[in-house]
Write a protein that binds this ligand. Structure first.
Ligand code: PLP
Length: 463
């Protein structure tokens, strides 16, 4: 993904990857459209000049001129004489099937909690209009839940945010200084990377596969680089679905403590067990002197429309987070927090319902993939929201491009990495209903059949 104002031709090449097709200008435009659409090229980025890109691609200038014209015509590029061509996000098109978003529907039972709230809504009017820390009753409910899950926590160690992404951005803005090394997993949740890069982080990458982390490498990297921060998703990792075993958590926390690295642990997906046979509680139980800042959210376990998340950190970090917050917002809406308190207290009853819903969807998606795309390697996941499917050739972006033309949104593997890796993977969320999954997988299979035989065949899996 890009961050900054100008993208050089050299930096664009690895993002483009293989983009064969005829006519060449249309294939090139299609690939750049995909990169802008999925956020790998952020809106506002200045693209290389036509001449510079033509030279870097060893193509005629007229190919690039025609590609840029096609992008202008589709609303993905604006060119201003004298200041070059900038990427633009066009208005959202209707999507036939949306495999790009991993946003589950509201959990069963949320409607009842919402209805029960009606008589109490006016009580919100008695409290403060806004506050930076969040509503006391909600912070108590969140802290109580940590305590019940084995981690001593007080309400003063909680800051309520408008979702997990807001929590990540606030943490990045507060804990990262320009040019700090920040350890990130690859693949990872891309909007976290964006927030960290925007804060000036220099990423250091540790690999994750569907089989999990290379903990030895991760621990060694912490010792060698001593990054200021490490952003990790240890439970039902997005996008691989992997969970870090309890013993490895201890090793990672210990290595972070020795390196002086703050661990930014994203537990947005941690409540999404479907049939994982163990629950180790919050990662911070293993802190033992390491600095751990934990992110939580109700978006995946309950409903993304609530926009409720939080940060758990020690009081001094909470103080810094709260001081930095007004630059972005002045607090989380009170009505949502009123509902949030009830939702957090009801989680033990709600989560089995979420698990049941996800189990059906996950199993449906496995069956559909086995039937329609038997060549793909799809390891089982025991929780989370998506499968990280291994393709039999490195053509994830080509597939996403074909899907896009058919109104099917799909996030290509490289969307989850830094610098163009993961072309052999595609993330497939199982958050849609069975009918949509069925339509989506059939369409995927048709597109996959069209993905050129000119793309190299099976080789070593690169992660
Ligand atoms: C790992 C991870 N963290 C954070 C978020 C953002 O969550 P929220 O919707 O609460 O902002 C997501 C959303 O996909 C996610 O997958």
């Amino acid at each position: 993904m890009t961050w900054g104002t100008r993208l050089s031709a050299r930096a664009l090449l690895p993002l483009l990857g293989e983009w064969h097709g005829s006519p060449a200008y249309a294939a090139l435009a299609g690939r750049i459209r995909l990169l802008i659409g999925d956020g790998r090229i952020t809106a506002g980025t200045r693209l290389p000049s036509e001449r510079e890109l033509a030279a870097a691609l060893s193509r005629s200038r007229s190919t690039v001129v025609a590609a840029y014209q096609s992008l202008r015509d589709s609303g993905h590029l604006v060119s201003v004489h004298g200041s070059g061509s900038r990427a633009v996000l066009p208005r959202e098109r209707r999507r036939e099937v949306d495999f790009a978003r991993a946003a589950p529907p509201p959990v069963e039972g949320l409607d009842e909690l919402l209805a029960g709230l009606a008589p109490c809504l006016t009580s919100a009017l008695d409290g403060p209009a806004f506050d930076l820390l969040g509503n006391r009753a909600l912070r108590e409910a969140i802290a109580d839940r940590y305590v019940r899950r084995g981690l001593a926590t007080t309400p003063d160690e909680i800051v309520v945010t408008t979702g997990g992404q807001h929590a990540i951005a606030l943490a990045a803005q507060t804990l990262v200084r320009r040019a700090d090394h920040v350890l990130v997993e690859s693949p990872t949740y891309p909007h976290a990377c964006e927030a960290l890069l925007r804060a000036g982080a220099r990423p250091v990458v540790t690999p994750v596969t569907t089989a999990g982390w290379d903990t030895g490498q991760l621990v060694a990297l912490l010792g060698q680089v001593r990054p200021a921060l490490a952003y990790l998703i240890p439970d039902f990792h997005n996008p691989t679905g992997a969970s870090m075993p309890p013993d490895d958590r201890v090793r990672v926390a210990e290595a972070a403590r020795r390196a002086g690295t703050t661990l930014l642990i994203d537990e947005t997906t941690a409540d999404l067990s479907i049939d994982r046979p163990w629950d180790d509680g919050p990662f911070a139980r293993h802190a033992h002197g390491a600095d751990v800042v934990t992110i939580g959210s109700l978006s995946k376990s309950v409903w993304g429309g609530l926009r409720l998340g939080w940060l758990r950190a020690d009081a001094s970090v909470v103080h810094r987070l709260v001081q930095a917050r007004p630059a972005g917002d002045l607090g989380t809406p009170q009505l949502e927090q009123l509902l949030g308190e009830r939702v957090v207290r009801a989680l033990p009853g709600l989560l089995p319902r979420r698990a049941a819903q996800l189990r059906v969807n996950r199993d449906t998606l496995y069956d559909l993939l086995a039937r329609h795309l038997p060549g793909w390697r799809v390891p089982r996941v025991d929780g989370g929201l998506s499968l990280w499917a291994g393709l039999d050739r490195p053509a994830s972006s080509a597939l996403a491009q074909l899907c896009q033309a058919r109104g099917i949104a799909l996030s290509a593997g490289p969307r989850f990495g830094i610098g163009g890796s993961h072309e052999r993977f595609v993330r497939l969320p199982f958050t849609m209903a069975a009918d949509d999954l069925d339509r989506g997988v059939r369409a995927l299979a048709e597109c996959w059949a069209q993905v050129g035989a000119d793309v190299p065949g099976p080789g070593p899996v690169v992660v």
